[in-house]
Ligand binder design. Structure first.
Ligand code: SAH
Length: 248
């Protein structure tokens, strides 16, 4: 088997594994199948291109992996669930907070018209920009900065996906930047002390917040999760804007 076929086979196995886990967690999700567009995106995006070369062998396992800078590439099942909850349509504008390696960004870019993504660690943001451009994504812009402030210039967003856990409350800027009818998917950490939750702790819940046409908010708790913390910015000044336009 050549490498491309090998990776394709692994990716198909990963998708099957995600679909099994979705069925097993139907109680939390309120459904036992993912949106077929999400499944197609998972089957298409080459996850092995988002991990360091030494980790290609484990890239398609259904678990999170360390990617350096103390950060992780999210578990495929979690990327799938969050993308599904965000109910993204082909015309949508999406904001992601926490680009990391850019894997979730790529999945969102398969589903939406445009994706804006904010990453606080400059090295990760720059590597993701390069990688996503190499893979040909022309509908993604990445900015270095504190995602708790969102990205007001391109608001409102039809969907916002936060891939790091907000401590105690959802950043108000994100709620503001959500369009009427919009969906915000965000892990919220309820533990008291940030030093107490390194990586595997079950004090976080994944929340789905929807804004109806009249601007009223509706909240649903989906399931317990384990995300790296959403780092709190200094609250001053403007973030460095290193967004890159269409290069792909
Ligand atoms: N989306 C990634 C997962 C990234 S892990 C994936 O597909 O695998 C969470 C990311 O959030 C990390 O890269 C971390 O640096 C970033 N992050 C943490 N706090 C942040 C903040 N306040 N603003 C923007 N990014 C933040």
């Amino acid at each position: 088997m050549n490498e491309a076929d090998d990776m394709l086979a692994r990716r198909q196995a990963m998708v099957a594994e995600i679909e099994r886990e979705v069925a097993q967690t139907r109680k939390w999700l309120g459904k036992d199948r993912l949106d077929p567009r999400v499944v197609a995106a998972l089957a298409k995006v080459p996850r092995h291109r988002f991990v360091p070369p030494t980790m290609v062998d484990v890239a398609y396992e259904n678990r999170p992996q360390p990617i350096g800078h103390g950060q992780t590439i999210s578990q495929p099942y979690m990327v799938a669930v969050m993308s599904d909850l965000a109910q993204i349509g082909p015309e949508d504008t999406v904001l992601e907070i926490g680009t990391g390696c850019g894997y979730q960004t790529a999945i969102l870019a398969e589903l939406a018209a445009r994706v804006y993504s904010v990453e606080i660690v400059p090295e990760l943001a720059r590597a993701a920009m390069r990688r996503l451009a190499e893979l040909g994504y022309a509908n993604i812009q990445i900015r270095i900065g504190d995602g708790a402030r969102g990205w007001p210039e391109h608001a409102p967003y039809d969907a916002i996906v936060v891939t790091a856990a907000a401590w105690h409350r959802v950043p108000p800027a994100l709620i503001e930047q959500l369009a009427p009818g919009g969906r915000l998917v965000v892990p919220v950490d309820h533990s008291k002390d940030p030093a107490r939750y390194p990586f595997f702790d079950q004090e976080q819940e994944l929340m789905l917040i929807t804004k109806d046409a009249d601007g009223r908010l509706h909240e649903r708790s989906i399931m317990p999760v384990a995300f790296v913390p959403l780092v709190e910015g200094d609250g001053e000044g403007e973030a460095e804007d290193s967004s890159e336009g269409a290069r792909g």
